[in-house]
Ligand binder design. Structure first.
Ligand SMILES: Nc1ncnc2c1ncn2[C@@H]1O[C@H](COP(=O)(O)OP(=O)(O)OP(=O)(O)O)[C@@H](O)[C@H]1O
Ligand SMILES: [Mg+2]
Length: 455
């Protein structure tokens, strides 16, 4: 307990002395005051770990002092000394935030027990916080949602990749979270305190790209009215994300290769050789191996970039994550648009689970955002989802994957069965929902029966 500093406040000299002595014998550092106001004044300049105060004092009562302390130092621990038989004071003190109370008369042992409890508890809280912080600062992938085996594997790779400074190539379909992952690598990397700079390599003419990447000198080209730093300089000490790297022209690929090999470059129109230590992350949604074969992407650049390869799974490969992602986006957008939405109906979930998600997580995010905007109720139903595929039939979705191709007739049959089930076999309601007459429905069901399909 030696490191702790205790403040004692008591107007009675003997009592004050007794408390101070008891504490000092346990090697605690003690400061003592005879009234509340001077204690408060001292507290502003002299931090302590614990305050022990008498309740009954002539100028400012101990309870008033407690109130003041808790207002200014809400986490301060205070032990109150109460007079014999004044249990109400003790109750008030605890209610006002005192850690504990000791009733007079007391032995040194009683007081010390109470003091020890305060410090033990404090250590526990501290340790807990510390542990959490350590875990928190080690790897933070909190905003990446997914608990499927594919995602768990991804987190493992990310942990390994993040701690190094090697170049990373992230491959995956559009909307699978490549940029999200690139940012996560940055914030978990040794460069985390440096900048995260992004450049999109698609649809940019070479000169512009070159000037964007390497910067230019004043007068390097018409309109270059002043010197401009390039992204390689800006990303120094941090991470440079080269988005859609496959779209880079052969000329630019050659220039990029030099920077990756030598870590050096010149500004456009400049002579001075600049250095960069930015960590490079590149992303692509095209299969670079194919582009290599077609000689559209340089092999040497590919191997330079691909020191740490990361493959993003498509959403259809990790369907079990769909409910998690839905919850995640629901809570984000319900808050953003101030909607009282609590959940998604089972039917709506079925629709989303059975959809093929060509646009991956981005598409799911957009769909949920739109549903939240459209939904004024507590629960999102299929009608809020506006699925373009035939999945938009209430509670009905086209199976994907192995079950394709599927005929229109099969789709029709599935729609009928599902809607019937939803309406507890009520044919009138089913026909109405499907926009057909009851007679047509009856005929269809008869057809299925003659084909040997149970209805
Ligand atoms: N696992 C995930 N958890 C939470 N949000 C995700 C996840 N994956 C993607 N997202 C979200 O989906 C959207 C698209 O992600 P991102 O921009 O990273 O995709 P991308 O792979 O770079 O797509 P593109 O190839 O089209 O550029 C973002 O809003 C992102 O936050
Ligand atoms: Mg992207």
């Amino acid at each position: 307990m030696s490191k702790n500093r205790v403040m004692v406040v008591d107007d009675e000299f003997h009592m004050r002395d007794f408390i101070c002595e008891t504490l000092r014998r346990k090697h605690l550092e003690v400061v003592a005051f005879s009234d509340g106001q001077s204690a408060l004044d001292a507290l502003a300049k002299y931090p302590v770990d614990l305050i022990i105060s008498d309740v009954k004092m002539p100028k400012m009562s101990g309870l008033t002092l407690l109130k003041h302390i808790k207002q200014t130092y809400p986490t301060m621990d205070v032990i109150m000394i109460t007079a014999y038989g004044t249990i109400e004071d003790a109750v008030t003190a605890i209610r006002e935030g005192a850690y504990d109370y000791v009733q007079k008369p007391f032995a040194p042992h009683d007081l010390l027990l109470c003091v020890e409890k305060v410090f033990k508890f404090r250590d526990l809280v501290y340790e807990n916080k510390n542990l959490k912080q350590q875990l928190g600062t080690r790897f933070r992938f909190d905003n990446i949602i997914g608990a499927s085996p594919k995602m768990l594997k991804l987190y493992e790779t990310l942990e390994m990749v993040s701690s190094s400074k090697a170049s990373v190539l992230i491959q995956g379909d559009s909307g699978t979270g490549k940029e999200l992952v690139a940012r996560a690598i940055h914030v978990n990397s040794p460069n985390r305190s440096g900048p995260f700079i992004k450049i999109n390599c698609a649809a940019m003419p070479d000169t512009l790209m070159e000037s964007e990447l390497f910067g230019h000198e004043k007068g390097a080209f018409t309109g270059a009215i002043k010197m401009v730093e390039g992204r390689f300089s800006l990303a120094n000490g941090g991470t440079l994300l080269l988005d859609e790297i496959s779209e880079m022209s052969p000329n630019m690929q050659a220039k990029l290769l030099r920077v990756l090999q030598e870590r050096e470059f010149e500004r456009l129109g400049g002579r001075e050789t600049m250095k960069t230590n930015a960590r490079i992350i590149a992303t692509t949604n095209r299969d670079l191996k194919t582009l290599l074969r077609e000689e559209k992407f340089r092999e040497d650049l590919y191997y330079r970039l691909n020191v740490c390869p990361i493959f993003m799974p498509s959403l259809s490969e990790r369907k079990e994550d769909i409910p998690l992602l839905i919850n995640h986006f629901l809570s984000i957008y319900a808050k953003e648009y101030n909607r009282p939405i609590e959940s998604l109906s089972q039917e709506a979930l079925d629709v989303l689970m059975n959809y093929s998600w060509p646009g991956n997580v981005r598409e799911l995010e957009n769909k949920i955002e739109r549903a939240v905007i459209m939904c004024m109720e507590r629960q999102i139903a299929p009608k809020h989802l506006f699925m373009e595929e035939s999945a938009s039939i209430p509670g009905f979705a086209v199976p994907v994957g192995e079950d394709l191709p599927i005929t229109l007739r099969e789709i029709e049959r599935m729609a009928i069965f599902k809607t019937l089930k939803e309406n507890n076999s009520n044919r009138t309601k089913t026909a109405e929902m499907l926009g057909i007459s009851v007679r047509t429905l009856r005929n269809k069901l008869r057809e299925y029966r003659t084909e040997g399909i149970a209805v």
